[in-house]
Design a protein around this ligand. Structure first.
Ligand SMILES: O=P(O)(O)OC[C@H]1O[C@H](OP(=O)(O)OP(=O)(O)O)[C@H](O)[C@@H]1O
Ligand code: HPA
Ligand SMILES: [Mg+2]
Length: 173
């Protein structure tokens, strides 16, 4: 059985989400923002984040990218399984991730979205984990920085399990 050690508790997730939502709301006040959630992992974080934003005009769309499968190490092969439908040409876009780890997924997605000529593109992540970073990516809004370890819960999976855990745990196989 894997071992689970709590890393970010429910209260801290909530506090950090409220904090980052305030900053985003200030930065985009009076503007229209398109949130692009990265499925599957970001579904819980995006749902919590979007309800804390105090912006009048927000659109939400999703794309799906996958590279981990049933492993704790990135395959390095990013597969785009679903693209966005909303037209982002000239729009302010905020990519919402559960975690940025090697950065390979984000680098791929930024390249992909830039081809659609957005007005601006920034990134918000629940967790910025730099230990295994391979691609130079900027996380403009990070709720938490975690130094190391494979994490599960609050949308993060191992082999599709544990996304439903309400807190974030370090998992040791
Ligand atoms: O920075 P990276 O090393 O690229 O890792 C980050 C990405 O990996 C996870 O997705 P995954 O491929 O596991 O798909 P999932 O969201 O469906 O679990 C996570 O949700 C991020 O999108
Ligand atoms: O630490 C992690 N946990 C779950 N999924 C992930 N995808 C990249 N890093 C992680
Ligand atoms: Mg995964």
């Amino acid at each position: 059985m894997p071992e689970f050690t709590p890393v970010i508790k429910k209260n801290d997730i909530q506090r950090q989400t409220v904090r980052i939502a305030k900053i985003i709301s200030d930065d985009y006040q009076g503007r229209e923002l398109v949130l692009v959630g990265v499925l599957k992992g970001a579904f819980i974080f995006l749902a919590d984040l979007v309800r804390q934003l105090t912006l009048e005009k927000v659109k939400i769309d999703f794309l799906q990218a996958s590279s981990y499968g049933a492993d704790t190490i990135s395959s390095g092969n990013i597969v785009l399984k679903k693209d966005i439908d909303v037209d982002i040409r000239g729009k302010d876009v905020l990519v919402v991730e559960d975690i940025v780890d090697t950065g390979l997924t984000l680098a791929y997605l930024i390249r992909h979205l830039k081809r659609m000529s957005p007005g601006s593109i920034k990134v918000c992540a629940m967790i910025d984990k730099r230990e295994r970073r391979k691609a130079a990516v900027t996380v403009d809004y990070a709720c938490s920085t975690v130094p190391e370890g494979f994490l599960v819960g609050y949308g993060l999976d191992y082999a599709e399990y544990y996304r439903n855990l309400p807190e974030i745990y370090h998992m040791k196989l």
